[in-house]
Design a protein around this ligand. Structure first.
Ligand SMILES: N[C@@H](CCC(=O)N[C@@H](CS)C(=O)NCC(=O)O)C(=O)O
Length: 213
């Protein structure tokens, strides 16, 4: 039987990894469709008709035909559909959502910007890179302080907030940020990586399409 979910993405994409990791942790096999971003496939009309922002990821739910974009919204959808990682009650669910918004506001944006410049995909003035680096470091400081005395970002168990933010923090080294300066974050990273179903990005996202095993 074909798997329920079809994930369209790119191997080096943090937002694609978040969704792939969520599916893996939730025990949901998925077909993976490689989007040729280097060739501009994500800006072609056929792709734009399915993903209005012209970005990866795109998740298709074959049970109902939904075509979903924006990784944080997709994580919320998956938590709803599987009943997993959504938080124990409404308060936890709302707190998890707050972290999803915070991530894109304060952490993902500056950290990814530094990463793409360091990787040579984009160019930016040194002072812009420095600003982004400082913003990412500040955000990691906020995360570190929040994690003191707690195992997970929200409540007593892992939620989509942890999955979402792990999917950014895992790229810190590529932005030139050493996590040893953030001991609580480092310990939390190890907890996420010990969750059943955890897979590293390179195992979840190949450079070609793959049908679920
Ligand atoms: N907020 C979006 C961001 C997605 C995103 O930035 N995707 C990048 C790849 S990592 C992309 O598709 N970039 C091409 C573009 O924006 O034109 C999400 O979380 O899904």
């Amino acid at each position: 039987m074909p798997s329920r979910f079809e994930l369209h993405g790119f191997a080096y994409s943090g937002p694609t990894y978040k969704v792939a990791l969520a599916l893996s942790l939730m025990g949901e096999p998925f077909d993976y469709v490689h989007v040729n971003m280097m060739g501009g496939e994500h800006k072609q009309p056929s792709y734009l008709s399915r993903q209005r922002y012209g970005q990866v990821p795109l998740l298709v739910d074959r049970n109902n035909g939904r075509q979903l974009c924006q990784s944080a919204a997709i994580l919320e959808y998956l938590a709803d559909m599987t009943g997993r990682f959504g938080g124990a009650d409404l308060d936890e669910r709302l707190q998890a959502r707050e972290w999803l918004y915070w991530d894109f506001d304060r952490l993902a944006s500056p950290l990814y910007k530094v990463r793409v410049v360091k990787a040579g995909f984009r160019q930016a003035a040194p002072e812009v890179v420095e600003d982004c680096l400082n913003a990412a470091r500040n955000a990691l400081g906020v995360l570190d302080a929040h994690l003191a005395g707690r195992a997970w970002l929200v409540g007593e168990g892992a939620t989509i907030a942890d999955i979402d933010i792990y999917g950014v923090v895992t790229f810190s080294d590529q932005a030139g940020i050493d996590l040893t300066g953030y001991p609580q974050v480092e310990a939390w990273v190890r907890r996420v990586e010990a969750l059943p179903g955890f897979e590293v990005r390179t195992d979840l996202l190949p450079m070609e399409s793959r049908v679920a095993a």
